[in-house]
Design a binder for this molecule. Structure first.
Ligand code: FES
Length: 263
């Protein structure tokens, strides 16, 4: 079993407060809330941003880059754009000194609950209650339902416009979040130009991603082209990925927030 490493004295971290510490070569965010210490990886699972510089409110730390929130007690991802937990570690306090033992992803609880870890204790250990799975939502099937198919078929013959393109793009869902790219706020701009040699239109779409390294990017681009190409007046579809301005959760629609349980 990994060993505990001394990281700080209890007086080094105000209550409430946070500090960045190094444990066996790993950068760890150490928190002090209500006389109890917690430790999680200083890594936001959305795009790898550091967490310790974020705003601490109660037991929640907000990533300073795009606002994802994590529970400092368990590492659980509480809000978009993060959907995976960051890793929580064991903490113990002995005679005014704080020790952290690194845990590995997927390891179960090994000790007493977080409430046992108090700055006033002489020798007590806290263990993350669990390594939470991805944020739970009422996930929907990414494949369009028969009703959605019927609706999109009627859209394909309506006069081509930005509104129609955006309606068609509601069929395209993020494969991890199961929310469509319109409600996620990923579509920045839609423009048209006349196709040479016929009466159809070329459509140009500026789309962003929730992170530059979004693994779903190629699939979202392909699905976007496919959805818009179903319109009878479309000759070609160009999708440009733009990262400026960066995506933030406040670009989501109320429907998107409802689907992800964000209020
Ligand atoms: S890197 Fe943390 S929310 Fe994007």
């Amino acid at each position: 079993m990994p060993e505990f490493f001394h990281v700080a004295s209890t007086s080094d971290v105000p209550d409430p407060g946070k500090s960045l510490v190094e444990v066996d070569g790993e950068m760890i965010a150490l928190f002090h809330v209500a006389e109890t210490f917690y430790a999680i990886d200083d890594v936001c699972t959305h795009d790898g941003g550091p967490l310790v510089d974020g705003e601490l409110q109660g037991y929640t730390i907000a990533c300073p880059r795009h606002g994802a929130k994590f529970d400092i007690r368990t590492g659980a991802a509480l809000s978009m754009p993060a959907i995976r937990p960051t890793l929580a570690h064991d903490v113990k306090v002995e005679n005014g000194d704080i020790f952290v033992r690194l845990r590995e992803a997927g390891s179960g609880p090994t000790g007493s609950g977080p409430s046992a870890n108090s700055a006033t204790s002489s020798q007590q250990t806290a263990t993350p209650s669990s390594f939470f799975p991805a944020q739970t939502t009422d996930k929907q099937d990414p494949i369009p339902s028969p009703e959605e198919n019927t609706q999109s078929q009627s859209l394909t013959s309506e006069t081509l416009s930005e509104d129609i393109v955006r309606e068609l793009l509601k069929q395209v869902k993020d494969p991890e979040l199961f929310v469509n790219i319109i409600d996620l706020g990923l579509i920045y701009n839609v423009s048209f130009s006349a196709a040479p040699d016929n009466s159809k239109q070329n459509v140009s779409i500026d789309m962003t991603m929730t992170s530059p390294a979004c693994p779903a990017g190629p699939q979202l681009i392909a699905d976007t082209k496919r959805a818009v190409n179903t319109h009878e007046d479309v000759e070609d579809v160009e999708v440009r990925i733009v990262m400026e301005p960066p995506w933030t959760p406040d670009r989501m629609t109320d429907d998107g927030r409802d689907q992800l349980g964000i209020f």
